[in-house]
Structure formats: structure tokens, C-alpha cells
Design a protein around this ligand. Structure first.
Ligand code: MD5
Ligand code: FE
Length: 208
């Protein structure tokens, strides 16, 4: 379904086996060194979703980025299979391969506990106009898809479930969005995940 120009939601894009494989990979990436971290906000608070990055250390506030994590360890590399998954996601969402020649080379994994949220924000880094690919695992969430002008209305609330793909390209690449809440207890029983996990794939053009 095209939720807005360039914003395409493909429910249940990952089957149970692929979900399990991605979850296992996320658990390995979450382990130190350069594992799961709590992100500090400029106001002195902390984000409630914890994060781990592949390919590039990603500090969402100000978009500072280095190849070394906060603990001094090198960020884990982006695996080729995950870059390929990003390419396939865009191809399936738009019916045509991504226009960008650059490969997906950054992944940001967000771990949401039952009470985690993500406030309305824009992913305004200017590195690449390539679509952002989002994959959800575990508990469903309420995802708020807004507009490019402000955090407020108009917005649409969409339920994202385990296995769903969302691709944000074109005009929607710079729209405000957030996760007002997770819906505890909604994960597929067989997956073995309490809470929600979201993997975003991004093109940083790191090889240039
Ligand atoms: C999440 N993550 O569910 C979301 C999925 C983040 C983040 O927001 O920054 O890590 S990605 C949603 C997204 C990305 C780029 C553009 C738009 C949405 N959008 O225009 O709505 O943890
Ligand atoms: Fe975002």
C-alpha cells in the first residue's frame, strides 16, 4: 500500500523463517564490542529505544558519524546479505530497482521495550536521497507517519507488525515520523522476542 507519495507499506514481507534469521543476526550485533547502546539526547535525557549501528556509528542528534563506537570499538560491518535485502526491499516496494547506484551500507537497529517510544522527528541527514528501508520484528507498534512541515497534524497512524516492510522514499524521505507506542504481547508466539525491533537500512555512500 502506498501510504503517501514514496511511502510504501508491504505487510508480512518477511516470512517466519526470515524474521527468525534477522532476529538472530540482531542479537549477535547487539553484543559488545560496539553493541547495543543507550543514546543520550542533547537535553541530557536518554532515548527509550536502545540502538546498535552497522557500517557507521550513528548519533541521531546532529547526525555525527564515525567508524568508531562510543566505547572505542570499530562499528561492525554491514553484511553483503543485508545490503542485498535493502535492494530487494526497494525493488519490491516500487516495482523497479533503486535509482541510486550506491549500495545500502548503514543499518540502524532500534530495540523497543514495551514502554519505549520514539518522538516525532525527521531523518534529515543529507548524505543520500536514497529511500530508507524499515523492517519490523516482534511486538506490533503504532507508527505515526506525518508531514514534512511540522511534528503535528496531519499525520496517519499505521500499525506495523512483525515481518512488515516500510520503504520511505521520494517526498516521504523527509517526513516527520515517530513511534507513539508499542503494543505488548503482539509478537508472533514462535519468534521468541519480547518487545519490538526495527532495522533501518540506509545509503551513506561510504565507499565514495
Ligand atoms: C522505527 N526508526 O520504527 C523507525 C523506523 C529511526 C526511526 O525512525 O530514525 O531510526 S524508520 C522510519 C522512517 C525513516 C525515514 C523516513 C520516514 C520514516 N518517514 O518519512 O516517515 O524505529
Ligand atoms: Fe527516523
Amino acid at each position: 500500500t502506498e501510504v503517501a507519495p514514496g511511502a510504501v507499506h508491504l505487510p508480512d514481507w518477511l516470512g517466519p523463517r526470515r524474521q527468525r534469521e534477522l532476529l538472530d543476526a540482531c542479537r549477535a550485533w547487539a553484543r559488545p564490542p560496539a553493541g547495543l547502546r543507550t543514546v543520550r539526547t542533547p537535553g541530557g535525557g536518554t532515548m527509550t529505544a536502545r540502538q546498535v549501528c552497522l557500517g557507521l556509528h550513528w548519533y541521531p542528534y546532529g547526525y555525527a558519524s564515525t567508524a568508531v563506537d562510543g566505547d572505542g570499538a570499530p562499528v561492525k560491518p554491514m553484511p553483503a546479505w543485508l545490503a542485498e535485502l535493502g535492494r530487494r526491499a526497494v525493488t519490491d516496494a516500487y516495482g523497479t530497482p533503486p535509482p541510486a547506484v550506491d549500495a545500502y551500507d548503514i543499518a540502524l537497529v532500534n530495540f523497543y521495550a514495551g514502554d519505549s517510544r520514539m518522538g516525532m522527528h525527521r531523518d534529515a541527514e543529507k548524505r543520500s536521497p536514497a529511500p530508507v528501508v524499515s523492517l519490523s520484528l516482534g511486538d506490533s507498534c503504532l507508527f505515526r507517519f506525518g508531514n514534512t512541515a511540522s511534528r503535528g497534524r496531519p499525520y496517519r497512524d499505521v500499525e506495523l507488525r512483525s515481518g512488515d516492510l516500510f520503504v520511505f522514499g521520494g517526498a516521504s524521505r523527509l517526513a516527520y515520523h515517530g513511534v507513539p507506542r508499542v503494543l505488548p504481547g503482539t509478537a508472533p508466539p514462535g519468534l521468541g522476542l519480547t518487545g519490538r525491533l526495527n532495522v533501518t537500512l540506509r545509503v551513506g555512500g561510504l565507499g565514495r
